[in-house]
Design a protein around this ligand. Structure first.
Ligand SMILES: [Zn+2]
Length: 315
């Protein structure tokens, strides 16, 4: 197979999709028509269509023809750096065992008002997510959930509402990591100032006490109003969500919050009397954490490891 000819067919179809000469639902010309048009064999056309079908761009309907399935390939080239950063967050969250099956979701706003954002596609494990897998969705587009690459319904509802009502929160990471989730199940869900990490979150966490079912519809709208100016929201009887202006900051918050919950839950488990520092010291240390922001350094270090050990996350 001549690689160049084969790529020519893909480029030709993609160009038609990108220029909207062909839109989602349209039938593309037949294999024999494309063969004549592009002066390549029918076998070459067939291989190119196989590739586009594998990437979800086209779908063959037996006896009817080949239909445009999505603009996936056209979209994939947009927001490259944003995609790479978000993919790195998924990969590292999986390494930390913060994922849960193929549920949970991370998003990154790419429009000023937060209505357009990148999100993980349904059914892909965090440890396998690549930059190009991330889907670009628009919370104003009512047809999103009926499209072929529709996201998880709770991801769509929670992140759509959160981005819409919190445009300052560019990156939103939602997961059910073990210790944060345990804390979310206790009556007293507050972070106690018992070590330096826990003091980072002293009086800095928005807490939801009103869990009311899965994050859909009104529940998602309700959750979206609780975050306020904080970057961490403990979702009662559910999990945690961090929100910040960069992926690095949101990830750093998720990492340190889960560490802090692990320390607090571990301290509770000893059954011994816990020594909390004073309100003044906890407040001072929380303020010091605000100035000591090593989130970029942290995230860059993680990405360097991924670059060496699983560089395909950037694909
Ligand atoms: Zn959840």
């Amino acid at each position: 197979m001549d690689q160049k000819l084969y790529q020519n067919v893909i480029d030709h179809i993609n160009a038609k999709i990108m220029s909207e000469e062909l839109i989602v639902g349209d039938f593309i010309p037949s294999e024999s028509q494309l063969s004549k048009l592009l002066n390549v064999s029918v076998g070459t056309v067939r291989k190119a269509i196989d590739k586009l079908e594998n990437s979800n761009t086209l779908r063959r309907y037996h006896g009817k023809g080949t239909c445009v399935q999505s603009k996936l390939i056209a979209i994939k080239n947009d927001f490259k750096n944003e995609r790479i950063n978000l993919a790195a967050a998924f990969r590292w969250a999986a390494r930390l065992n913060m994922h849960e099956a193929v549920a949970n979701h991370f998003s990154l706003a790419v429009s000023k008002d937060g209505s357009k954002f990148l999100l993980n596609p349904i059914g892909i494990h965090f440890s396998k997510i690549c930059a190009s897998d991330l889907i670009l969705v628009d919370s104003n587009d009512k047809s999103t959930m009926s499209k072929p690459n529709a996201p998880d319904p709770t991801a769509w509802a929670i992140h759509g509402a959160l981005h819409r009502n919190n445009p300052q929160a560019r990156c939103i990471l939602h997961a059910h990591p073990k210790y944060a989730t345990i804390l979310s199940c206790l009556d007293d869900k507050t972070m106690k100032p018992i070590d330096q990490n826990t003091m980072r979150f002293y009086e800095k966490v928005s807490i939801d006490y009103e869990y009311n079912g899965m994050g859909l519809g009104k529940e998602a709208e309700r959750l979206s109003t609780i975050l306020g100016d904080n970057s961490v929201m403990l979702m009662g009887n559910h999990g945690v969500l961090t929100a910040a202006n960069t992926v690095a900051k949101a990830f750093d918050d998720l990492f340190y919050y889960e560490r802090s919950c692990e320390t607090l839950i571990g301290a509770y488990q000893t059954g011994k009397k816990i020594h909390q520092v004073s309100h003044e010291i906890a407040t001072k240390t929380a303020a010091q954490w605000q100035k000591y922001d090593a989130s970029d350094m942290h995230f860059d270090a993680l990405k360097r490891i991924l670059d060496q050990e699983e560089a395909d996350y950037k694909n």
